[in-house]
Every structure is written in structure tokens, then in C-alpha cells.
Design a protein around this ligand. Structure first.
Ligand SMILES: *[C@@H]1O[C@H](CO)[C@@H](O)[C@H](O)[C@H]1NC(C)=O
Ligand SMILES: *[C@@H]1O[C@H](CO)[C@@H](O)[C@H](O)[C@H]1NC(C)=O
Ligand SMILES: *[C@@H]1O[C@H](CO)[C@@H](O)[C@H](O)[C@H]1NC(C)=O
Length: 482
């Protein structure tokens, strides 16, 4: 295998030399501008080296990317506009010039009505790390089908606070949507504790993937209105830490804040921020998210659903790591397949006393044995009074206190009264909506009945004393006929 790889490498080294020679003959024949040639040569050399590196790493060779010297290319290299990839000099103006060119529609085609089709143009950050002093704001003319990728942006010490490194947020817009199908990929965004990461306002079908967003002051990503932003395979943290950070108590900001509908957050790690994800919009889905942003014990929250009355949120296959979920007046909330570590739990918080159609099922909870409830009602703002279809069950629990809306127990005794107290396990106080019981006895055929279900206790009574086992199953608020 090693021998074969070496031959492969030699072959491609030859290919590289031939390409380089061909390249020199082309620029020798066509160029008159010495600096321009030098810059393009640097870029081709860099790319050729990357190709060689990938070949020697055993990767399949890919053809050299076509040079942007072609007049029709829609790949805009920020270094061609004078941006400084070493991050010493402010590159804001250069990047904005490149962006402005990328934003010139090549045709009169459009995406959704009113949004010009940029044809797949790319703003290429050329693997550099750029210092910027004001937001890279997309031009206000509605447009889409553009990708911004492959480099780092860092806010300077005079970057305006309360703004974002990248903004899809025009001061005014003539269209129903500002932007459509804008892709952010392989970007590191460093807010320098002044800026937010990316603001996406009134945009349609935005992609954020393979990004690393840190040192945000306010939010890592903020979405308002619009819909279908997909955030995937990315890392967000206010402070760069791998956990157990001595400054954890002072983490602030929100990694992802969503004030809009129909977005998806998939395969994300949030490693510091006061709140991992805050949602105030409907029909968002969160999957595969690992939150260890700020422990609940320090006042942090993993996922905060601030949408009383119509939550419509699914949280599945997530990992809440010492930081939990809080949902205000949840109506249609589904939490499943998730792992809660370090006493992380779900808090259902009453605002107007409404809780409806909530499923918290099939999760794993692990804690330190201190008696923390896996699911807790926070009724400091008033008791839940409108309660319907709440199912909390089938969760596996280790070192925490089980809370459930369904429970069962058996009691063996000799006498006339069997009392089973379900209050240590039932989620809602003083509420049993459904009971089934069976009495098993070999001492005759006594008359018996269910006599009382108040205070989450079930009382069964027989007319004569018998040695009997009573099996009881109870349910709370699971819906009238369900
Ligand atoms: C778009 O451009 C083409 C060619 O430039 C032209 O024929 C067509 O009428 C234009 N369509 C609209 C809607 O302006
Ligand atoms: C149950 O208790 C009664 C008296 O209360 C007694 O007569 C009877 O033997 C007991 N039965 C059993 C199985 O212990
Ligand atoms: C049911 O039990 C409660 C105490 O748990 C008691 O206050 C109440 O009077 C009982 N109701 C009846 C009908 O016995």
C-alpha cells in the first residue's frame, strides 16, 4: 500500500510541475500588469500546494479550480480587492467592494419574486483572517443564490456594539423577503466581545454550515422573521473553552436566538453563552444539539422556549449537558431521544397558566443523586390552570427524581383499606384523571371499590378484611379519549 501511494504521489508531482509550467507560459503571454500577475501567481502556487498536500494525504486528486481571471467568473476573491488576509489592516472596505460586485445580478432572472438571482456567485475569503470595523452588510437590493465562505472575520476594537459581523438586515427593503438562498460556509466569526455573529432578518432559505462563531457579545446567530434558515454542523461559544471554565459564571449572550418560524438547528455544539438557544417562533426543530454553555446551577439555560401559548417546537436527539430546557406556557412541545446530564432537566414555566399537547418521552436523565426532578413545574408566575394532553413518561432516570404523568404501583396488605400515594412521582399536584385497579385475593370474594383519588393518592376499600394485593395504574391529563 505504501509503495503504491508513493508512485501515485510522483505522478501527481509531475502533473503539478507541468501545470505550473503551463501557467507561466499563459501569464507570460497575456499579462502586462506585474503586481496583478504576482498576486495571481501566489494564489495559483498556494492552490497547487494544497492540491499536492491533499494528494500526499492520500485524497483523490481533483482538478485545479479554474482561475477567476476569466471574465465570466462569478467567484470574487476578497484579496483581489485589497483585503488583508493577515488581519493586520482593516479589510472592511475591500470586502464590501467584493461583496458589492458579487451582488450585481448577472441576468434578470430571479428567485422568489423580487429577489434577484446572483447565479451562484461566491465571495471567497481565500483562507484569510480579516479585521473588520463595521458589519459586512449585504447590499439592500434583494438578491440570493450567493455563497460566502472559507475564511475568518474578526471585529476590531472599534466595531460598533449591538451590530453583527455579517448582516442580512437592510435598513429598508422593497421585497417581501430581503434575501434568499445565501450560504455561509467554513467561516470563523470572532465578535471580539463587541459584535454578534450573523444577523438574518426577513430572509428565506439561508444556510449556515461548518462555521465557528465565538466571542459574540449579544448573539452568535440571530434570526428574525423570514423562514427556513438551516444551521448545521457548527460550533458556537462566547468564550473558547472545553468545559469547566473558571469564568463560566460570567458567560453572557445567546448562541442562537430565533424570532421566526420554520428554522432548523442540526448537529451544533454550543460551548459557552448564558443561553444556548432561545426561540420565540413556531415550528422550529432542534436536533443533535449539544449544549454545555452555562450550567443551570450558574443561572444558564440550554434551550429557552419563550413562546407562551403556541410553542410548536421539536427537540430531538439532543445532549443537554449540565444545562436544561425551559419552556414558557408550552403548547405543542415534543422532547424526545435526548440525554440530560449533570441534573439538567426540563422546566415548564407558567406565564398565563396554559400547558397543552406536551410530550417529554424516551429521554435519558443522569444526575448526582441530589433529588433534582427530571421535569419540574415552575408556578411562581401563577399555577397552571389550563392543562390538557401532557405526556411525561418512559424516561430513563439515574440519580435524579422521576416525574411522570403516568404511574403504577402494587400494594399487598391484610385489611379493608389500600392506600397508594403517587405524589412522589406524579408531575401535577392533586390531579389524577384516570385510574385502573385490580384486586387479587384468595380469601373469598369481598366487595371492593375505588373510594378516593385526591392529593394524588388512590384509596381502595373492601367491605370485609382480606389478605389482598391491589394493582393500580393512574394517569394525569393525557387527553379525554386518547
Ligand atoms: C430578461 O432579459 C432578456 C434578455 O436580456 C430579455 O429578452 C427579457 O425580456 C428580459 N425579461 C424581463 C422580464 O425583463
Ligand atoms: C388477616 O387478618 C385477619 C384479622 O384481621 C385474620 O383473621 C386473618 O387470618 C389474616 N389473614 C392472613 C392471610 O394473614
Ligand atoms: C379523600 O381524601 C382526602 C384526604 O386525602 C379527604 O380530605 C377527603 O375528605 C376524602 N374524600 C372522601 C369522599 O372521603
Amino acid at each position: 500500500m505504501a509503495e503504491r501511494r508513493k508512485t501515485f504521489l510522483d505522478h501527481h508531482q509531475n502533473l503539478f510541475l507541468r501545470l505550473l509550467l503551463a501557467f507561466f507560459s499563459i501569464i507570460g503571454a497575456t499579462s502586462s500588469d506585474g503586481t496583478e500577475v504576482l498576486r495571481r501567481y501566489e494564489r495559483v502556487r498556494f492552490r497547487s500546494e494544497s492540491l499536492l498536500a491533499s494528494v500526499s494525504a492520500g485524497a483523490a486528486p481533483s482538478p485545479l479550480p479554474s482561475s477567476s481571471s476569466s471574465a465570466s467568473s462569478r467567484v470574487y476573491h476578497v484579496t483581489d480587492y485589497g483585503a488583508d488576509p493577515t488581519g493586520k489592516i482593516d479589510s472592511t472596505a475591500a470586502i464590501l467592494r467584493a461583496l458589492s460586485d458579487a451582488f450585481r445580478p448577472p441576468s434578470n432572472r430571479s428567485l422568489i419574486a423580487g429577489v434577484a438571482d446572483l447565479g451562484g456567485a461566491e465571495l471567497n475569503l481565500d483562507g484569510g483572517s480579516y479585521l473588520i470595523s463595521s458589519p459586512i452588510a449585504l447590499p439592500s437590493s434583494p438578491a440570493g443564490n450567493l455563497k460566502i465562505h472559507s475564511g475568518s472575520l474578526r471585529a476590531s476594537n472599534n466595531f460598533p456594539t449591538n451590530r453583527y459581523l455579517i448582516e442580512l438586515w437592510p435598513s429598508q427593503s422593497s421585497s417581501a423577503y430581503n434575501y434568499e438562498y445565501i450560504t455561509f460556509s467554513s467561516l470563523m466569526l470572532d465578535g471580539n466581545y463587541r459584535a454578534g455573529g450573523i444577523a438574518i432578518v426577513n430572509s428565506l432559505r439561508t444556510l449556515i454550515q461548518s462555521c465557528y462563531i465565538v466571542h459574540f457579545a449579544s448573539d452568535g446567530i440571530w434570526i428574525q422573521n423570514g423562514h427556513e434558515t438551516l444551521i448545521s454542523a457548527s460550533f458556537l461559544g462566547q468564550h473558547i473553552t472545553a468545559g469547566a471554565d473558571p469564568g463560566e459564571r460570567s458567560f453572557s449572550g445567546t448562541a442562537i436566538r430565533i424570532d421566526g418560524n420554520d428554522n432548523s438547528i442540526t448537529d451544533i455544539v454550543i460551548f459557552s453563552a448564558a443561553v444556548g438557544i432561545q426561540i420565540a417562533g413556531q415550528a422550529n426543530i432542534i436536533t443533535g444539539v449539544h449544549c454545555y454553555n452555562k450550567a443551570t446551577g450558574f443561572g444558564g439555560t440550554g434551550i429557552y422556549l419563550k413562546l407562551p401559548g403556541l410553542t410548536q417546537t421539536r427537540i430531538v436527539n439532543c445532549y443537554l449537558d449540565y444545562t436544561g430546557i425551559v419552556a414558557e406556557d408550552p403548547v405543542q412541545l415534543y422532547v424526545s431521544g435526548s440525554f440530560f446530564l449533570g441534573d439538567a432537566n426540563v422546566v415548564l414555566k407558567s406565564v398565563n397558566g396554559v400547558i397543552k399537547a406536551v410530550d417529554i418521552v424516551d429521554n435519558m436523565f443522569a444526575g448526582g443523586g441530589g433529588g433534582v426532578d427530571i421535569v419540574r413545574l415552575d408556578e411562581t408566575g401563577g399555577a397552571f390552570t389550563s392543562i390538557d394532553q401532557v405526556v411525561v413518561k418512559r424516561n430513563s432516570v439515574n440519580g435524579m427524581t422521576v416525574r411522570s404523568t403516568a404511574a403504577r404501583a402494587s400494594l399487598e396488605a391484610n385489611g379493608t383499606i389500600w392506600t397508594i400515594d403517587f405524589s412522589p412521582i406524579l408531575l401535577f399536584p392533586n390531579r389524577i384523571d384516570h385510574v385502573q385497579y385490580a384486586m387479587i385475593t384468595s380469601s373469598g370474594f369481598p366487595n371492593h371499590a375505588l373510594r378516593n383519588v385526591s392529593a394524588n393518592q388512590v384509596v381502595i376499600e373492601s367491605d370485609v378484611a382480606v389478605q389482598a394485593t391491589v394493582h393500580v395504574a393512574v394517569e394525569q391529563c393525557q387527553g379525554s379519549m386518547a
